[in-house]
Each structure stands twice: as structure tokens, then as C-alpha cells.
Ligand binder design. Structure first.
Ligand code: IPE
Ligand code: IPE
Ligand code: MG
Length: 242
């Protein structure tokens, strides 16, 4: 599959799951699974650029993940900060732009600072946009958008009748980013776990049993090939059935 393939998804969103199980299978600590998962992030970001995918959104840390044991949360935050710092040259070389969605202000101060630095360092790039979902929850996002819109109504800036799909989309963390075409979940769970609830309305869903640390370019190509065979109808009827 090449960048010129017609049916390459423009935006791929991934629920990167299975790091813990990967580690357990090897008798290792969960953190080792997260480290191996970071290697997959590196490989998949590069592969997305090579395939001509424009947006890659990675579910890296959910609102609910704060409730994991303190040591794991802290290790994940350190890993995030380390990744953000270490990867700048490689991301830059690959012309990758960086963005983040979620309640970023809930991250540790040093991670927030590094995130802002990395976003700034890569802001002039024009290739793949890598969107990291951090302290992200789809419900929290809708709550935040609702509050903002309610404030605008209260201030008399808009009428209730002005609230439509477009206005809501413009108040989500993902404003300016097209909706995902393909949603991938690794490690076999058949659920969305509070990810991009609004944005995945018409995404094609691909679930693989492969654990995230084992998900590398050949697995991404398989997901894109499956996507290429789907018939997206968006509620309409097939051309041939008219
Ligand atoms: C995904 O792997 C990484 C995060 C959620 C941060 P998990 O840590 O959820 O791995 P499993 O599901 O326990 O295997
Ligand atoms: C979803 O994975 C969150 C991320 C990948 C960051 P989880 O492992 O947290 O989801 P559940 O608990 O299986 O639903
Ligand atoms: Mg999990």
C-alpha cells in the first residue's frame, strides 16, 4: 500500500491497549510493557507518515487512568515527558506536527511544560499531525464544550438556536481536526473506553487481538487494507442499490 492508494484513511485514531498483558506474558513489570508500547508509538508515527496518513490520534492516557496505582501513574507521566523530549529530533526529521487533546492542565507541571515546548518546536512542520490524547475523556470533553457554549448563550453572544453540530465540533478539544476515518483498538477489547465519543460517529472500527507493543507497521498496513475494503454509506444507500 502506498501514499497514492485512494482509500487510505485521512485520520487514524488508536486505542493503544494491552501493554500490561504484554508484560505479564513475559513475566515483566507493567512498566516494561509501557516502555515497549512507546517503541510502537515511534514505529507507528513513522509508518503513518510513510503511508500518507494526515492525522494520527493516540489515546495515551484516559481520565479514568488516573485511578490506577500511584506508582504506575507516576511512571506513565515520566515516560510521557521522556518521550516528548527525546523524540523531538526524530519527529522533526519526519516533518511531524504535534497537538494534544484532553484536560492538559491536570498533567504534572513538568510534563505540561515539555509538551508545550515540543508542540512549539514542531509547529512549523507540514506532514503528519500527531495528536496525543492525554488526561482525555470523551464525556469530560463534552462537559467542557457544553460549559463554554452555555457561557456564550448566557453572555448573549449566541442564541440557543445557533447551537448545531458545527458549533459543538468547534468547541471540542479537536476543533480544526477532521473526524477519524478509522478507529483501531489493539488487544481485542470490544469497547471505546470513553474515547472521542462525538468524533467517531462514522469512523470504521478495526479491532485486533495484537497487543500494542506488538503493533508495528505491518499491523497498521493490515488495518488500512481492511479500511480500504469497507463501504462507507453515511446513512445513504449503496450506489448499485439505487
Ligand atoms: C494501555 O495498556 C496503556 C494505557 C492505558 C496507559 P494497558 O496498561 O491498559 O494494558 P492492559 O490492558 O492492562 O493489558
Ligand atoms: C483505554 O485503555 C485508555 C488508553 C488506551 C489510554 P484502558 O485499558 O484504560 O481501557 P479499559 O479499562 O480496558 O476500558
Ligand atoms: Mg488496558
Amino acid at each position: 500500500m502506498t501514499a497514492s492508494s485512494k482509500k487510505i484513511p485521512r485520520h487514524v485514531a488508536i486505542i493503544m491497549d494491552g501493554n500490561g498483558r504484554w508484560a505479564k506474558q513475559r513475566g515483566k513489570a507493567r512498566l516494561e510493557g509501557h516502555r515497549a508500547g512507546a517503541e510502537s508509538v515511534r514505529a507507528i508515527v513513522r509508518a503513518c507518515g510513510e503511508l500518507g496518513i494526515e492525522y494520527l490520534t493516540l489515546y495515551a492516557f484516559s481520565s479514568e487512568n488516573w485511578n490506577r496505582p500511584r506508582a504506575e501513574v507516576s511512571a506513565l507521566m515520566h515516560l510521557l515527558e521522556f518521550y516528548l523530549k527525546q523524540e523531538i529530533p526524530e519527529l522533526d526529521k519526519n516533518n511531524v506536527r504535534l497537538a494534544a487533546i484532553g484536560r492538559i492542565h491536570e498533567l504534572p507541571g513538568s510534563a505540561q511544560k515539555q509538551l508545550a515546548k515540543s508542540i512549539e518546536a514542531l509547529s512549523k512542520n507540514t506532514g503528519l499531525t500527531l495528536v496525543l490524547a492525554l488526561s482525555y475523556g470523551g464525556r469530560a470533553e463534552l462537559v467542557d464544550a457544553t460549559r463554554e457554549i452555555a457561557r456564550m448563550v448566557k453572555a448573549g453572544q449566541i442564541d440557543i438556536a445557533d447551537i448545531d453540530d458545527k458549533l459543538i465540533s468547534q468547541h471540542l478539544y479537536t476543533r480544526g481536526i477532521p473526524d477519524p476515518d478509522l478507529l483501531v483498538r489493539t488487544s481485542g477489547e470490544l469497547r471505546v473506553s470513553n474515547f472521542l465519543l462525538w468524533q467517531i460517529s462514522y469512523a470504521e472500527i478495526y479491532v485486533t487481538d495484537v497487543l500494542w507493543p506488538d503493533f508495528r507497521k505491518p499491523e497498521l498496513v493490515k488495518a488500512c487494507e481492511a479500511f480500504g475494503k469497507r463501504h462507507r454509506r453515511f446513512g445513504l444507500v449503496n450506489q448499485e442499490d439505487k
